[in-house]
Each structure stands twice: as structure tokens, then as C-alpha cells.
Design a protein around this ligand. Structure first.
Ligand SMILES: NC(=O)c1ccc[n+]([C@@H]2O[C@H](COP(=O)([O-])OP(=O)(O)OC[C@H]3O[C@@H](n4cnc5c(N)ncnc54)[C@H](OP(=O)(O)O)[C@@H]3O)[C@@H](O)[C@H]2O)c1
Length: 321
């Protein structure tokens, strides 16, 4: 019966316009609902992190490092991960986190794209602290792609950004089930908005969103999953210097000189606050949420915005090498 309705072109098209009309009618209620939720989240009690155990990947710099400090101030035990590199700041991050209030910090060098190393750092964390409460899958890289680049050089994007979150999640789930813990995954607004030159990065982040939205059905309500969809945040990742180090396209200027960005510290404070209140998704800066709606409802406007910022004003891209 349904087949005959939807094979009729007129009815098929009509459904879409009826839906848009309904959206218009319910939008005041949606607005009220968002407002109620915002007020409710202000009043919500926060999880007491004192004595809890938090494992953070990609904690040697940027958002992971600042999250370690924020959790440390709340009295959490920490296990922090980054790759073994001569210039790594991971040990200094551990020292600072102890100074800020963490009772004990375990730092481990590991590559999240390697399954055995992920198993190792999850097991070591539980052996050392006896439990795991929050797993923060944060490690990531963001080379920019152009069709002129060697496509085979971009495999690590998926290996680190996608598998590098999925592997530790897989090994941590039994421990998080016991502690009724949380999984926090640092996806990106890029996984929804698909900015230009981000092809592989966007795809890896879209894959993360899809994977964790699906995983929710299996593990909730015992484990809460928080998906972070951040806009441009002022870390190394969005600077010209960082983009020159790897493969792909190089930025001429830091992104903060080209598009609206948010400072990392207030962003991380809002993130950890939301996580401890049990939020299932967090978007900072907040205006990025409006871009999600524009993307779905007015795709032409969305394309205009990105063309404006990334093509004419920016003219910010060079090839690496
Ligand atoms: N900054 C933004 O605008 C923005 C926006 C949305 C989402 N994000 C996401 O936020 C996360 C953190 O990025 P960030 O901005 O803080 O950049 P960042 O300062 O470059 O931090 C990236 C972290 O990931 C670690 N890492 C990279 N590859 C790794 C691997 N194979 N194994 C273990 N650790 C690895 C890095 O440590 P080592 O290099 O020392 O190993 C570093 O600690 C990323 O997933 C990123 O996609 C950032």
C-alpha cells in the first residue's frame, strides 16, 4: 500500500512540503522546548568527579590537555595518552595536572590507531586505578585535502580519528558498564557541515557521529555517550604552522584570522561542565548549532557561507611539499 503512495511523484513531493509546513507550525514549541532544556541543564546536578578515573587520549596538547586540567581541578584520577615523540609534552601535562588537584596521573605513550596499544592502555588504567569512569576519545589529526594530493597519504586520518576512538571504546565498555560510566567522543561540527578541503577529516568525524549514535542504543542508559561537535577552537590544529607539518594542503594564515573561532579554555570548561551534567551532545561555540539547521533546511545558503569564507576572503591554501 505504501509503495503505491510513494511511487506517485505528486504524493511523494507533497510529503516533503507538508513536513516543512508542519515544521513552521511546531517551531514555537521547538523554541520553548530548547529554552526549557537550557534552563533545566543550568539547574541539573553535576557528577562528583572526586576519586573517579578518567582516561583521555590525545592529552599532550590542545583540548585533551585542557580537559586533563579541568578534570584534575575536580579531583579526578587521570590516565593520559599521546604518541611517543621526543618533543612530547605529555609528562609535563601529568605534572601540571597533579599540581591542579589530581591525586594521581598515569601517563602512557601509545598510538591510538594500533589496536594492541589501545587494549594495553585501557588494561593498564584499570589495573593501576581499579576502575574506569570516563573515557575521553579525543586524539585526532586534520590534514586538508585537495584533488591534487596523493590520495594514499590520507589513510592515517581514518585510522587515528575513527579507529583510534573505536578501539579504546571497545576495550573500555566492560569497565564502564561496571562503573555506569561515560564515553566522550570528540567528533566535530565538520562531520555535519562538511567544510571544503576537509574531505577525509569530515568523513572520519561523520563516521564517528554515526558509530556512537548507533552504539548509544546498545549501551544506554548504563553508559552515557556524549558526542562533541565543536566549531573552530583555538588550538594548534587550526594554525598555519600545524598544517605545514603534514600532508595535504597548507594554510597561509591561522584560521582564527579567517573564520569565527572560540578560545580553547572557555570551550573546555563548557564541555566538562556539560559532560558532568550528563549531556548527550555538546556544541561549542553555540552559534554552530544554528549552522546545523541552516545546512539541513537551506543547503544553498550553507554553500554560500562556506564559499564566502573559504574561497574569496581566505585564499588561504597552498599545497604542502
Ligand atoms: N581545534 C578545533 O578547531 C577542533 C574542532 C573540532 C574538533 N576537534 C577535535 O578535537 C580533538 C583534539 O584536537 P586539538 O584541537 O586539541 O588538536 P591538537 O592540539 O593537535 O591535539 C591532538 C592530540 O591528539 C594526539 N594524537 C594525534 N595522533 C595520535 C595518535 N595516533 N595516537 C595518540 N595520540 C594522538 C596528539 O598528541 P601527539 O601528537 O603528541 O601524539 C595531541 O595530543 C581532535 O580529535 C580534533 O579533531 C578540534
Amino acid at each position: 500500500m505504501y509503495e503505491s503512495y510513494f511511487s506517485n511523484k505528486f504524493t511523494n513531493g507533497l510529503v516533503f512540503y507538508v513536513f516543512l509546513l508542519l515544521l513552521l507550525l511546531v517551531s514555537p514549541f521547538l523554541f520553548a522546548w530548547e529554552l526549557v532544556n537550557a534552563i533545566r541543564s543550568c539547574l541539573q546536578t553535576k557528577e562528583n568527579m572526586s576519586g573517579k578515573v578518567v582516561l583521555i587520549t590525545g592529552a599532550s596538547s590542545g583540548l585533551g590537555e585542557l580537559m586533563a586540567y579541568e578534570y584534575a581541578k575536580l579531583g579526578a584520577y587521570l590516565a593520559i595518552i599521546a604518541r611517543q615523540k621526543p618533543e612530547s609534552q605529555l609528562e609535563q601535562v601529568a605534572v601540571r595536572a597533579r599540581e591542579l588537584g589530581s591525586p594521581d596521573v598515569l601517563f602512557m605513550f601509545a598510538d591510538v590507531s594500533k589496536v594492541d596499544e589501545c587494549r594495553m592502555f585501557v588494561d593498564n588504567t584499570v589495573q593501576h586505578f581499579g576502575r574506569l569512569d570516563h573515557l575521553v576519545c579525543n586524539a585526532g589529526i586534520s590534514p586538508l585535502y585537495s584533488i591534487n594530493n596523493d590520495v594514499t597519504k590520507f589513510e592515517p586520518v581514518m585510522d587515528i580519528n575513527f579507529w583510534g576512538s573505536v578501539y579504546p571504546t571497545h576495550f573500555a565498555i566492560p569497565h564502564l558498564m561496571k562503573s555506569k560510566g561515560k564515553i566522550i567522543v570528540n567528533a566535530s561540527s565538520a562531520g555535519v557541515l562538511n567544510p571544503p578541503r576537509g574531505g577525509f577529516y569530515n568523513a572520519s568525524k561523520a563516521a564517528l557521529i554515526s558509530f556512537y549514535e548507533s552504539l548509544r542504543f546498545e549501551v544506554s542508559p548504563t553508559i552515557t555517550i556524549t558526542i562533541l561537535t565543536l566549531g573552530f577552537i583555538q588550538t594548534n590544529m587550526i594554525t598555519a604552522k600545524y598544517s605545514s607539518n603534514g600532508v595535504g594542503v597548507r594554510l597561509r594564515k591561522d584560521m582564527k584570522d579567517v573564520v569565527p573561532t572560540m578560545e580553547a579554555e572557555p570551550c573546555v570548561k563548557a564541555m566538562v561542565d556539560g559532560i558532568c551534567k550528563g549531556a548527550t551532545s555538546i556544541t561549542e561555540p553555540r552559534f554552530v548549532k544554528a549552522l546545523f539547521f541552516i545546512n539541513y533546511l537551506f543547503p544553498q545558503l550553507h554553500q554560500f557561507y562556506f564559499k564566502k569564507y573559504f574561497s574569496s576572503k581566505n585564499r588561504n591554501l597552498k599545497r604542502n611539499g
